[in-house]
Design a binder for this molecule. Structure first.
Ligand code: DGP
Length: 113
């Protein structure tokens, strides 16, 4: 998708620190980490957010969560981690390409928001 930041990262037009890649998914370190480990998992197909998840296949969506699990193991987040997907303006989604934040390496706040 033209003018999508994460599509540009996928195309290699914007550099990123790659953590994981498979047929459906790409994962890279967040540029503004909110925790010692902060990784973004995105589908290679452009999907705006969970609100548009009907535009992605079951395989693409499942691959995102399977990648989260694999990355958490690789990053040794055995004490736990948080997975966040901001969806739309009320959630302050700033990049309109579906992504799952993996946050770990510290104790998270008990409040969700
Ligand atoms: P959200 O606010 O949920 O849409 O999260 C977007 C995230 O994307 C935010 O945590 C910062 C990250 N981000 C924005 N631009 C870049 C970039 O150019 N490179 C990387 N690695 N991360 C970015």
């Amino acid at each position: 998708m033209e003018n999508c930041l994460f599509c540009k990262i996928l195309a290699g037009e914007i550099p990123s620190s790659k953590v994981y890649e498979d047929e459906y998914v790409y994962a890279f370190r967040d540029i503004n980490p909110q925790a010692p480990t902060h990784i973004l998992v995105i589908p290679k197909k452009h999907v705006g957010s969970i609100a548009e998840a009907d535009q992605a296949s079951d395989a693409e969506l499942a691959a995102c969560l399977r990648a989260v699990r694999k990355i958490a193991l690789d990053e040794k987040l055995e004490n736990g981690y948080r997975v966040v997907s901001n969806c739309g303006p009320d959630a302050c989604q700033s990049v309109p390409h579906l992504h799952f934040h993996i946050l770990g390496g510290r104790k998270m706040a008990e409040e969700m928001a």
